[in-house]
Design a protein. Structure first.
Length: 747
């Protein structure tokens, strides 16, 4: 029940709860505290079973029990209202042969079932009499040999409250399941095995573990390490001071793990003493988070977005840490939450780890624009010092020479340098993440359209925008409203009042901190379950037949067409009509509007962002919105147009407002570094289609690269841009001159 309510909260706030049961007294006694602060009702308006069934069938949002009554109530509800949000147990019943047939419609959300009365079940070992206070998550890949030692360490925790252990099997080919089934957790500890087979990597496995967790406090460790005796207890203490914290991983030689759990614990100075050591890290530009020893609240994980599954192995924890700091969660260390880290003894393996860490550092520095704060920013000097170290090493006696160390040092400097020079040509689109960072589940989409509304200081206009959605001739299946932490007015208050006056119309998901338009859009996209989706800013509005026209247009197009668009009416801040968007940005002729869009977009973008109406599956498949850019439409259009045709209508189905504070007025400055970057990245998507188009694009990229230096783009980024656009330079001499000029510091 707690997990189902948590999932419903992802769809929107819970404003009231009704328990329908044949034992209302039990519900009053045991379930009321599950939803504190909201009105709670019990039973239906009538007294018969049929009155109860009618109450269930009329509900918009449902949590089903494991009964036929619940099943038919949910089935009727989703038949009467296809947009109803229904959550139930993944297994309705289990037969004598152990099989558990699934009868649920594809549109329902299911939660995994733990059969506590089945001691042979490989998915659950042991049980708790109440909800665990902590969920411990262990990602595993072929960890059957090392996991028993970590489980022993967790089974022998001292001063720990009831907690659960979630072992996440990430494509293992060994006997991991048998290891879990054979384990014997003590009272107060439950052990569960879940599978994460879709994507390989610890980040994805952790995301799956988060989704299965029942507690509000989550702690993470690895299968080949050993946690302290008081690891859980100290972790809970750390949660009292921070929502996200990183523990202390202390290296222990691999060979010493053979001495047993207690001996390994003694090597790391295990102690029950709580030392007030939770402190904010000094190096917050590159915060450190130990993926094998950290804790986070479920709410923090949801807001941060879980782990990015597109990051290479070994870098997903640092990417998470940077995003956590940017989401308002300080980088905090807790040194007494100790873990014995299994240290590799092989020089080759250590060298590989070091090079991988260097490459990841370069990737994150490029992604988040942190080169100016990187301790590796002067990598040419590091390479030179490595050469000097090699010379000194050659003068040492042979017995004292450590060429692996020198080679590793050189490889690290080279890896950072290579990432520095090549890693930022055109940052790839961030994969659209769900609220827990995992890719959206591939289920049959619900019919209809989800409208995403993003507001930022739009108090004056937001109600007009919402009215235009409310009065559509074909209603939206779902309306998701986000406010990006508006600082200057009462936008959030206006939205809350509007939702209260129109119950059931929309869901409000305000950002706690300002995260930017593209990240906000991806956050909302993760919640979309309908076939179509469209986004509109809260200062724009729609014609009353917009959804109907665009749905019909895209539904009648070929299956591979991902996007439909239209013309737009342009108004000023007072609502005065200024004309049509097509008059301000002339449309191309003929096929240039549909099948030849990419070629035309290279010359100019004429498509109003507010008119973009998309197939949800295609938007997710192409990677969602690029979070490295400050605006959303042009780069996405270039990506989609590279592979697809578009559908179009010349009718002005939306109205866009020209304001002095809009992104178009403030951000689209050709002298702005972020504008230069965004244009460069967007246009680079057109490369590789044909020679003539490449020539046109490279000439534009070359001009952007020349302008980049004057706008304040860092020298290394300018060098990367000129290198990629070198074939657009008039001569190689011109390219060499511009590259040399980029290396000269600007005064």
């Amino acid at each position: 029940m707690e997990r189902a309510l948590a999932l419903h909260r992802q769809y929107g706030p819970i404003n009231g709860v009704r328990f329908v049961s044949d034992d209302v007294a039990w519900c009053r006694e045991h379930l009321t505290d599950l939803v504190p602060g909201v009105p709670v009702e019990y039973g239906s308006a009538g007294e018969s079973m049929f009155d109860d069934l009618a109450a269930v069938a009329a509900a918009q949002r449902l949590v089903l029990g494991n009964s036929t009554f619940s099943y038919w109530g949910g089935f009727i509800a989703s038949t009467l209202n296809p947009a109803a949000q229904v959550i139930g147990p993944a297994e309705h019943e289990r037969g004598p042969d152990g099989n558990a047939p699934t009868w649920f419609p594809a549109s329902w959300k299911s939660l995994p079932v733990t059969w506590l009365d089945d001691p042979t079940s490989p998915t659950a070992v042991g049980h708790l009499d109440r909800t665990p206070e902590v969920s411990v998550i262990i990602p595993c890949f072929n960890a059957a040999a090392t996991l028993p030692m970590q489980l022993e360490a967790l089974f022998t925790q001292e001063d720990a409250p009831p907690f659960e252990i979630i072992v996440v099997d990430n494509r293992s080919t060994d006997d991991l399941g048998a290891v879990v089934a054979a384990a014997s957790p003590p009272p107060g500890v439950s052990l569960h095995l879940v599978h994460a087979d879709a994507i390989g990597g610890a980040g994805y496995a952790r995301n799956v573990g988060m989704a299965a967790a029942r507690a509000d406090l989550l702690m993470f460790c690895d299968a080949d390490d050993v946690v302290s005796r008081w690891w859980v207890a100290h972790g809970i203490q750390a949660f009292r001071e921070a929502d996200v914290w990183s523990g202390s991983c202390l290296p222990v030689p691999d060979a010493d793990f053979g001495r047993g759990v207690n001996a390994v614990r003694d090597m790391i100075g295990d102690s029950p003493e709580w030392i007030p050591s939770v402190r904010e890290q000094d190096h917050t530009s590159f915060p450190i988070l130990m993926g094998g020893d950290f804790g986070a609240t479920a709410e923090a994980l949801r807001r941060i977005g879980g782990f990015d599954v597109t990051i290479p192995a070994g870098g997903e924890d640092n990417d998470f840490a940077i995003r956590a700091v940017r989401a308002g969660y300080p980088a905090v260390s807790c040194k007494v939450a100790r873990v014995a880290y299994r240290q590799r003894q092989n020089s080759r393996d250590r060298a590989k780890d070091a090079v991988r860490a260097a490459r990841t550092h370069a990737l994150l520095a490029n992604r988040f624009g942190l080169w100016d704060r990187s301790h590796f920013r002067n990598w040419p000097s590091a390479l030179a010092r490595t050469g000097a170290a090699a010379g000194r090493m050659a003068l040492r006696p042979r017995a004292e020479q450590d060429w692996w160390a020198v080679g590793t040092r050189a490889a690290v400097a080279a890896a950072v340098g290579l990432g520095h020079v090549t890693g930022g040509f055109a940052p790839g689109p961030r994969r659209a993440r769900s609220l827990l960072g995992a890719p959206p589940r591939q289920t049959t989409p619900l019919p209809g359209t989800t409208v995403i509304v993003v507001a930022y200081n739009h108090e004056q206009f937001v109600e007009e925008c919402l009215d235009s959605i409310l009065h559509q001739t074909r209603p939206a299946a779902r309306v998701l409203i986000a406010d990006d932490c508006s600082p200057g007015d009462d936008t959030q208050g206006r939205i809350r009042r509007y939702c209260a006056e129109h119950p059931g119309f929309a869901e409000f998901h305000p950002n706690e901190v300002n995260i930017g338009l593209t990240r906000t859009l991806n956050r909302m996209l993760a919640l979309v379950e309908t076939e179509f989706v469209t986004y509109i800013a809260a200062d724009d509005f729609m014609r009353t037949d917009r959804i109907e026209k665009h749905e019909d247009l895209l539904a009648s197009a070929e299956a591979g067409v991902p996007l439909a668009y239209s013309d737009a009416t342009v108004v000023d801040g007072e609502g005065n009509v200024l004309g049509l968007s097509s008059e301000e940005f002339p449309w191309p002729d003929g096929d240039g509007r549909t099948t030849g869009v990419l070629d035309q977009l290279v010359a100019a973008n004429w498509i109003p962002a507010a008119s973009m109406f998309m197939r949800t599956a295609e938007l997710r498949r192409c990677g969602g919105y690029n979070e490295d850019l400050f605006y959303e439409d042009f780069e996405l259009l270039m990506r989609l147009a590279r592979h697809h045709s578009f559908a179009v209508t010349a009718e002005p189905l939306v109205t866009v407002r020209r304001l002095e504070t809009s992104i178009g007025a403030v951000g689209f400055d050709p002298r702005s570094a972020r504008f230069i970057r965004a244009q460069y990245v967007s246009l680079a998507h057109a490369l590789g289609r044909d020679r003539d188009l490449d020539a046109r694009v490279l000439r534009v990229l070359w001009e952007l690269a020349i302008r980049a230096r004057a706008t304040g783009v860092p020298w290394w980024e300018t060098v990367r841009m000129t290198w990629r656009a070198r074939r657009g330079a008039p001569t190689m001499k011109a390219w060499g001159y511009r590259t040399a000029l980029a290396l000269i510091p600007r005064r």
